[in-house]
Design a protein around this ligand. Structure first.
Ligand code: NAD
Length: 436
């Protein structure tokens, strides 16, 4: 299924022909009515949907171009058939669908209750992710926590002041006390130091491990049923520690890197002028770093294999630049690291779970036998459900791609073993306190 957004409607002219499998968001349908655009359902004869980049009207202070930004969300998901064969990816779910109840948000247990979301760390990534979650209007409440007194409360209030302008009604709260996460179904963890120029992600390990320990102890106490999306770096190590410190089931501790790295790849392909980022489907697997693996056999532009659209040397340069994208941003910023796209990526993972959209994305998980991998944590193609990891999706990788994935997993496993030397290392695996 692919989504036709309000921006596509605005670019369509007088008529918009839907192709089989295309779905119009409720907001897009409303926009079509407002503009008098005739929607022609799939199968009926009419001009094709435009493939040129959508042009939305410029935002005004009173009417931000929110749906244009939703439609520009990179397509990083893969829809695999039940039989295991794959077909090209569909775009990530749009927040606009939730605002008009296009997909009914439900509690993590599938009941009628709207889920509650939390974000720990109200810095660059955390603040933006919290705002994105609130804007989706999918949640009962978004709770933000930061160790700095007043920071989370101030940001939550500031975000709420803009609610009417943007058009969301999800309440936000901010606190320096982890008990405010009580009842959260999903928690994004961004607490920790970001990289500075010249630093590798691994340089952050000791400091961020201590922060992760205190955060996870609070989560374990106050939100024992939550599903975690870990963002803090180094990503694979922090995801591993979050599972150890909370004792949560492996399926409820996910690391966010693959959605971001996949999006970066799609965005860089977009710079070639051969495709819009949202028309590119690819998955970044392996590690969030030098061992990142982007299997080109699984990358598409529309329905065409990407290798038929771009030559090998262009693709290889794009893969290399994707691997280095985080560092490229750090170097330019001079202080701190990327946060717009990381925040968008973490929020997308939570929205995918909360909506039960069943998309295939890349996430850092415990492989438990998939791809012949048994230990470590590694970025793999997965399907999520309302409670976290539903399944690892087995893609038909080329032998070289599979080998690269296995080598990435081995190097991550080595780094995870080294965590045992940290002062904050868990003395023994925490008992699996919570179910599921
Ligand atoms: N996985 C990814 O793809 C990805 C992408 C970007 C950033 N990151 C990582 O995310 C983390 C956050 O990045 P940022 O740019 O938002 O950093 P930031 O410095 O802007 O924010 C971090 C926040 O965490 C808070 N914090 C520290 N200790 C805490 C604790 N014990 N409890 C609650 N809050 C605490 C700090 O007060 C600060 O506000 C970094 O580790 C960064 O490397 C990961």
């Amino acid at each position: 299924m692919s989504i036709v957004t309000a921006a596509d409607v605005e670019a369509a002219g007088a008529r918009l022909q839907l192709r089989p499998g295309q779905r119009l968001t409720p907001l897009a349908r409303d926009r079509a009515k407002e503009l008098g655009v005739e929607i022609v359902e799939a199968g009926a004869a009419a001009p094709a949907v435009p493939t040129a980049p959508s042009t939305s009207p410029a935002a005004t202070p009173m009417q931000p171009a929110k749906d244009a930004s939703a439609s520009a969300r990179p397509a990083t998901s893969l829809a695999a058939s039940a039989g295991g064969s794959t077909r090209p990816f569909a775009p990530l779910v749009s927040g606009a669908m939730y605002r008009r109840n296009g997909l009914g948000p439900q509690g993590a247990n599938g009941g009628g209750r709207r889920p509650r979301a939390g974000v720990v760390g109200a810095g660059h990534v955390g603040a933006m992710a919290a705002l994105r979650l609130a804007e989706s209007d999918l949640f009962d409440h978004v709770a933000i926590v930061d160790v700095v007194p007043g920071l989370a409360a101030g940001l939550a209030l500031d975000m709420w002041h803009g609610a009417g302008l943007y058009g969301f009604s999800t309440p936000l709260s901010g606190s320096d006390d982890l008990s405010s996460l009580r009842g959260c179904d999903y928690i994004i963890i961004t607490a920790g130091k970001p990289r500075q120029p010249g630093m590798t992600r691994t340089d952050l390990t000791a400091g961020n491990a201590a922060i992760m320990k205190s955060v996870c102890e609070g989560i374990r106490q106050h939100a024992p049923d939550a599903t975690l999306v870990v963002v803090s770096n180094p990503l694979e190590e922090m995801t591993h520690l979050a599972a150890q410190y909370t004792g949560f089931a492996q399926s409820r501790v996910l690391g966010m890197a693959g959605v971001l790295d996949s999006a970066r790849f799609c965005a860089l392909v977009g710079l070639t002028g051969k495709a819009r980022p949202q028309d590119v489907r690819a998955l970044a697997l392996g590690s969030h770093g030098p061992e990142m693996v982007i299997p080109l056999s699984q990358a598409f532009v529309g329905n065409a294999p990407i290798e038929s659209v771009l030559d090998a040397s262009t693709l290889s340069a794009i893969v290399e630049r994707t691997r280095e994208s985080g560092g490229e941003v750090v170097k330019l910023l001079k202080t701190g690291s990327a946060y717009f796209s990381p925040a968008e990526s973490a929020a997308a993972m939570v929205r995918i779970m909360a909506s039960g959209s069943n998309e295939v994305i890349a996430a850092c998980v415990r492989p438990q036998g998939a791809y012949g991998l048994t230990d470590a944590r590694v970025g793999l193609p997965v399907r999520l459900d309302r409670r976290g990891l539903k399944e690892v999706v087995q893609l038909p990788l080329r032998p070289g791609e599979l080998q690269a994935l296995r080598e990435a997993a081995a190097r991550i496993a080595q780094r995870i073993e080294e965590l045992a030397q940290l002062p904050s290392a868990p003395s023994a695996p925490a008992p699996a306190a919570a179910t599921a």
